[in-house]
Every structure is written in structure tokens, then in C-alpha cells.
Ligand binder design. Structure first.
Ligand code: BGC
Length: 743
């Protein structure tokens, strides 16, 4: 039985929901109470602080469990949200405790790190981003939302929209790579996928843009490390995907662990108030990252947890994740006058609004339906889609003499060697939510199920890291009897993701030695890479015949890789991030500045290294296909663009090979002279075209004034007249260009 207050609430919320959440807010502006405010008026201070506290329910990656007192806390209204609790059975049990036993019956909010799938695991976000297929990226998040919502969840801590330009940082795997524009488009797609068009539906969930802000700029790529970026870099590089998420309607934000200009993000009112609320008009809810309030003591801006809590609330935080700072100290801070009740009310209002928008006051169990859980979680359709996205995420980095695809109808022998060929768990990548290793298709399974005439043999050769070379002999034996050697090398799933920074991003352990041993056999040598970040692999790039970048592809990994190896899918992925030659080049990204002494081969006193070229091993946007594409010349409708006259740009692309393929046509600009320095290239648009063999298509782009805008010296968003270069090509290194002016 629900308590009586709950019934009052249901009445109130039903009345308001008839007018829709948006109009209910308008009504509130006219001084008619929003149902959430009516509820606020009934709440004690303890119940308010309860809403502002979220705790984890299990040891899911980040550690600790619900406080021992959780049942009592829920009954007393001292916990408003729980994370990592999932499945209909478990969430129903907790929700019942809240709505039937607490004084006001306010439903709990259930959050979880559904980062690239709930149980049907898709490619890691960096891998998905390599598809450059925004519709597919959106669909992956849609499926994740359908499964999570069917398993009792209301909220995902995704998308991570941190731009990352340092591959040593393990969390580069969780984002969309190095580019602000591409990252913004992916952010928009993912928010729309999770939230759908109507949050009151029982198959949509709240998304969370994280980690606000500039977490990806951790110094030296070391996780949780200091961030020190200029306001220009912040606004040009790190903020755009967050802004884009806001414009796409994201309802929650998560603060970052790092500091920014000396102020930890969790206590940073410049970020949380000036930018997020005032500049961008965000009216959703802000949660901290895991214990990031408490961590302000270590940052050295607060002497105690209590003081840190005051900083956080005053800066604009609404909900404290796991730190129990609000839970333990906020009441005292209020009594002492260190925080104001209006601030607490504001935070609670934001939180209740989320519950209201989800429709939890109408039906707190609407996400708890066993039938839906059975029907949708890990459904056949979802797995089929996971295979499609996994295929699209694969990037062909090298293919000498068209060695790939393997001749699937020939009776040839293929030795598959390397630590990952049968490793189910490594297919998942980091943050695999409810994904289970035993549900993953390994490469071995994928190849054997594919039904080719090829004869496969398998050997590990060595451990992924550490270990020794004692198993080389067995690998050598099968390799020397084979017609082709396929090496499956790279990182384990735990070597990227949170708290997984690396100072050496080459192949770990004895893997390079294994590759060199195989090379000596003189057979066609194909390398498949498993990794959550760019790797430094100059030896492979020079010596092996083919390299297939597969990231961590999720549940259907082995099938998708087999599809590419056997030519059932023509690879179409493109790198969303630069691959350096050596760690010493980091940070290396395509849209760098020119400097006052740009590189000249014969001039020592220009910007370069003594021991390595400036260029990357593989540039941003790069990827091959089994078919070649020919680019025509760039045509401009007129050689200028103005405020009222956009510029139509076109180019002809031709598939000159013998099979259908997908090309990602990329358009970059360079502002040649401006009042502040501009990057040597900026991605402004791209289009994917599917071309049959021999087919030609004219691809059109429209550039407008807004594509030329930037922040001037006073941080005004402006466009300046002058000359621009416009490049179109297959990756960021393209030199095919024309000039136009803005007037
Ligand atoms: C991570 C967040 C994550 C949270 C909850 C933190 O350690 O930084 O990205 O959402 O844990 O699991």
C-alpha cells in the first residue's frame, strides 16, 4: 500500500502531466506551484538532503557498496537515488522500500554506467565513433536505453563527451576522440538515443554529459591529474560537445574529478553556474563524480569534507555521488549559515524534476516489468545491430597488395596467433554494465562459424602482458605450416578505461617479439588490433602486410572481425583520433596551430624533432577500404561566402575498384589570417557515400557564416573577413584545397 502522501503526489503530478512538463514549468513561472514545488513544501530538511545523496549498490567497478544502513536510510528518505542496482527484481525491491515505507513515498532514481550497452554490448565509444555513422551511433544508445529501461534503470552516466588528445589517458576509450566538432555531433546523437523524444516513455532514460569539464586534458595523460588549459582552449576544444549535449536536451551533467584553473570542477561556479546555467540555460540536474566532493580536501581547497560540501553546493552541485558529504554534514552547514535553504531547495527541485519528467510519480514501477526485461534485454535484434555497428567500427589501417580479404573459398591454412583469439572477456572492453563474457563471440568462434573453406589453427603465443616466450615454439609450429598468419594483438580490456593510463602505449609484454618471430617465417602477415586507445606501432606499420583496428567490439566482436577478414563486410571505419609514431609526439592531433616556425625539411631552426617526423603514423579521419576511391577537384559555386550567401561546395567521388564500398568524405577549413591564431585545419563537415563498383557521385556541402566563427581576443563569438583554405579529402592529411573569402 502506498502511503497517503504518495497519493496526494500522484494526484498533483497527474494534473500537471496533463499539461506536459514544459507547460507545467510555464505555469510555475506564473506563480502556480509546479507539482515538484508542492512536494518540496512538504519535505523536512533531512528528506531534502536525502534526495541529494546517491549511493552505489554493488562493487561495480568503482568499488564500495551501499551503506549498511541502506534499508533504514531508504525508509527514512535519506537516500534519493541508487546506482549500479539493476534488474527488475532488485530495483523493484528497493523501489518498494522507498514508495511504500518512506514518509512521502518519493520514488528512487536508479542510475548505472551504461556506457556502450546494457547487456548487448556494442563497441566501446571510441570504436563506435570510428564508424562515423551518426545514425548508427544514435541507434546504439537507443538500444542501450531500451535494455536498461527494461531492467529497471532510469538514468545512464553517459555519454562521456570529453575530448581527448592524449592516448596515454585510458579514458580516451570512453569518448569520441580528439575533435570538438565530431565529438559534438556524437554527443548529440548519443543523448538523443538515450533520451528519445519523450522521457515519459518507459523505454527512454536520462542521459548524463560527463565529465564537466576538460577531464580529457589531464596532464601527461595520467588519470585524475591536474588540468591547466586556457579559456580559449576550454571553449574551443573541450566545451563544444557539452554545449551540443545541452542543445540536444541532455537532462543531467556530471562534474569532473580534475581542477580547472586552480578550482576543482566539483566546486567550480564558473563552470556550473556561469557557463552551464547562465550561458547555456541548462535546467536539469548536476551530479558529482564518485566522491569528488570529498576529493576537494586532497585538492587542497577545503580543510574538511563538510567545507568541501559547502563549496560544492555553493558552486551549483545538486547531488553528491557516494561521498556522503551532504548526507553527513549538510544539515550542520545549514544550521551554521554556511549554505542557504534556497540553495538546497533549488538542488532538490532539480532532482525531483528529473523524477517527475520520467513519470516516476505517476508510476514508480513503470520501469520494472519482468516481461519487458525478458523480451528486450539481449534480444536477437539487438545482437544483430551490435554486429552491424561492430563491422562499421573496424578500421583497415594497412592492406599491402590487397592481401585482405582472405580467400574464403580456397582450401588454405590460416594460423591465428595471439593472446586474444579466444578471450571472451576482452571482447567487452571497459564499462561493460550487465554484459557477460560468456555471451561474447570470440575471433575463434567467429571464424569457425563463418563457414569458409579455410582451415584454421590457433595458438596464444604469449600472455597479453608480462609472461615469457615459452609458448612461442607452439605458435611458430602452426605458423610455419600455414599459408597466412593472423596475429591478434593489443591490450586487455582492463588496460584502458578509468584508472588505466599508460606511459608506453606500444604492444605490451612479449607481443612485439611474437610479431617479429612470425615475420621471419616470410608468410603473409595480418595483424588485428584490440585496444582502447591509439597504439604506437611503427614496426608493425612498416613490416606486416595488413593491420585491422578493431578496438573492443563487444558481444558480436568475433563475428564482425571474421566478416571483415573474409570479405563479407568491406571495412568503412575511419580513425576519430590520431595515431602517433612515438609517445614523445604526444599531444599530437590534427588541428594544431602553425607556430611561427612551421616545419621546413632543410631548416634546423623550425618546429620539429631531431629523431622523429612531426607527422603521425595514421592521421585523424584515416581508414582504407577493399576498394579504392578517386576524388575529383573541388568546385565552389562562387569563390566567396557572406552573411547572407552560404557557399555550395561539391566534389565528385568515384569508386574505381571492383566492389561496393563506403567512403567518408571530409571537409576541413583553415582561416589564413585572423585576430587570433587559428588551427592549420578544422573539420567542418563530412558525408558518407556508398558507391557501387565503378559508380561516381557528386557530394555537396554547404558552408555558412557559422562554420567560420571563433572566439576573438575578448571571447566574443565572431567571424572575420578574409581568406580561407578549404580542403576535401579522405583524412586530415589531405592537401586537395581551394581558396575562398568571407566578405
Ligand atoms: C567515473 C564516472 C562514473 C562513476 C560511477 C567514476 O569513477 O569517473 O565516469 O560514472 O564512477 O560509476
Amino acid at each position: 500500500m502506498f502511503n497517503q502522501f504518495f497519493f496526494v503526489l500522484v494526484l498533483l503530478s497527474t494534473m500537471a502531466s496533463c499539461t506536459g512538463a514544459k507547460s507545467a514549468q510555464v505555469v510555475s513561472a506564473n506563480h502556480v506551484l509546479h507539482p515538484v514545488d508542492s512536494l518540496l513544501n512538504l519535505m523536512t530538511i533531512e528528506e531534502k538532503i536525502g534526495q541529494m545523496s546517491i549511493f552505489t549498490s554493488g562493487g561495480d567497478i568503482t568499488g564500495a557498496t551501499l551503506r549498511d544502513t541502506y534499508k533504514e536510510d531508504i525508509r527514512k528518505g535519506r537516500i534519493g537515488a541508487v546506482f549500479s542496482a539493476h534488474s527488475v527484481r532488485f530495483t523493484r525491491q528497493l523501489q518498494k522500500l522507498a514508495v511504500e515505507n518512506s514518509r512521502l513515498g518519493i520514488p528512487l532514481l536508479f542510475g548505472y554506467d551504461v556506457i556502450h550497452g546494457y547487456k548487448t554490448i556494442m563497441p566501446i565509444p571510441l570504436g563506435g565513433a570510428a564508424s562515423w555513422d551518426l545514425a548508427a551511433i544514435q541507434q546504439a544508445s537507443r538500444i542501450a536505453a531500451i535494455e536498461s529501461s527494461a531492467a529497471g534503470l532510469h538514468w545512464t552516466f553517459a555519454p562521456m563527451v570529453d575530448v581527448a588528445r592524449d592516448p596515454r589517458w585510458g579514458r580516451i576509450s570512453e569518448g569520441a576522440g580528439e575533435d570538438a566538432l565530431y565529438g559534438s555531433l556524437v554527443a548529440e546523437a548519443r543523448v538523443k538515443g538515450f533520451q528519445g523524444s519523450d522521457l515519459t516513455q518507459n523505454n527512454t532514460i536520462l542521459a548524463c554529459a560527463k565529465h564537466f569539464a576538460a577531464y580529457g586534458a589531464a596532464q601527461a595523460g595520467r588519470d585524475y591529474h591536474t588540468v591547466d588549459v586556457s579559456e580559449r582552449t576550454l571553449r574551443e576544444v573541450y566545451l563544444p560537445p557539452f554545449k551540443s549535449a545541452t542543445e540536444a536536451g541532455v537532462r543531467t551533467f556530471m562534474t569532473a574529478f580534475n581542477e580547472l584553473d586552480g578550482v576543482p570542477a566539483t566546486g567550480n561556479s564558473f563552470l556550473l553556474k556561469d557557463i552551464l546555467r547562465k550561458e547555456w540555460g541548462f535546467d536539469g540536474m548536476v551530479v558529482t563524480d564518485y566522491t569528488s566532493i570529498n576529493e576537494m580536501v586532497h585538492h587542497g581547497v577545503a580543510a574538511t569534507d563538510k567545507e568541501a560540501g559547502e563549496l560544492a553546493l555553493n558552486a551549483g552541485v545538486d547531488m553528491d555521488m557516494q561521498g556522503a558529504v551532504f548526507y553527513d554534514h549538510l544539515q550542520k552547514s545549514l544550521t551554521e549559515g554556511k549554505v542557504r535553504i534556497e540553495q538546497i531547495n533549488q538542488a532538490v527541485r532539480h532532482i525531483l524534476l528529473m523524477k517527475y519528467e520520467l513519470g516516476l510519480f505517476e508510476d514508480p514501477f513503470k520501469y520494472c516489468n519482468k516481461k519487458r526485461e525478458e523480451q528486450y534485454v539481449f534480444s536477437k535484434e539487438h545482437r544483430q545491430f551490435a554486429r552491424t555497428l561492430a563491422q562499421k567500427s573496424i578500421v583497415l589501417l594497412k592492406n599491402e597488395k590487397g592481401i585482405l580479404p582472405l580467400p574464403q573459398n580456397a582450401k588454405k591454412k590460416v594460423a591465428v596467433i595471439g593472446p586474444f583469439f579466444d578471450s571472451e572477456k576482452d571482447m567487452l572492453g571497459s564499462w561493460s554494465a550487465a554484459g557477460r563474457a560468456e555471451d561474447c563471440v570470440t575471433l575463434k568462434q567467429g571464424l569457425l562459424q563463418a563457414g569458409s573453406a579455410l582451415e584454421f589453427s590457433f595458438a596464444k603465443g604469449c600472455a597479453p602482458y608480462g609472461g615469457d616466450q615459452s609458448n612461442f615454439a607452439q605458435a611458430q609450429k602452426i605458423a610455419s605450416q600455414a599459408d597466412y598468419i593472423v596475429l591478434y594483438l593489443g591490450e586487455t580490456r582492463g588496460m584502458s578505461g578509468e584508472a588505466a593510463s599508460r606511459s608506453d602505449i606500444g604492444l605490451p609484454g612479449h607481443q612485439s617479439a611474437l610479431a617479429k618471430m612470425c615475420k621471419k617465417l616470410g608468410k603473409p602477415l595480418i595483424v588485428i588490433l584490440a585496444n582502447g586507445r591509439p597504439l604506437t606501432i611503427p614496426w608493425l606499420a612498416e613490416h606486416v602486410d595488413a593491420i585491422v583496428e578493431t578496438w573492443f567490439l563487444g558481444t558480436e566482436a568475433g563475428n564482425a572481425i571474421a566478416d571483415v577478414l573474409l570479405g563479407k563486410y568491406n571495412p568503412s571505419g575511419r580513425l576519430p583520433v590520431t595515431f602517433p609514431r612515438r609517445v614523445g609526439q604526444i599531444p599530437i592531433f590534427y588541428n594544431m596551430k602553425n607556430t611561427g616556425r612551421p616545419y621546413e625539411a632543410n631548416n634546423k631552426f623550425t618546429s620539429k624533432y631531431l629523431d622523429t617526423p612531426n607527422t603521425p603514423l595514421y592521421p585523424f579521419g584515416f581508414g582504407l577500404s577493399y576498394t579504392p576511391f578517386k576524388y575529383g577537384s573541388i568546385k565552389l559555386k562562387q569563390p566567396f561566402l557572406s552573411k547572407d550567401m552560404p557557399l555550395d561546395v561539391s566534389i565528385t567521388i568515384e569508386n574505381t575498384g571492383s566492389q561496393e564500398g563506403t567512403e567518408t568524405v571530409q571537409l576541413y577549413i583553415r582561416d589564413l589570417v585572423a585576430s587570433v591564431t587559428r588551427p592549420v585545419k578544422e573539420l567542418k563537415a563530412f558525408q558518407q557515400v556508398v558507391l557501387k563498383k565503378g559508380e561516381r557521385k557528386e557530394v555537396h556541402f554547404t558552408l555558412s557564416e557559422k562554420d567560420l566563427m571563433f572566439f576573438d581576443k575578448k571571447m566574443n563569438w565572431v567571424v572575420e573577413p578574409g581568406e580561407f583554405e578549404l580542403f576535401i579529402g579522405a583524412n586530415a592529411q589531405t592537401s586537395r584545397k581551394v581558396l575562398f573569402t568571407f566578405r
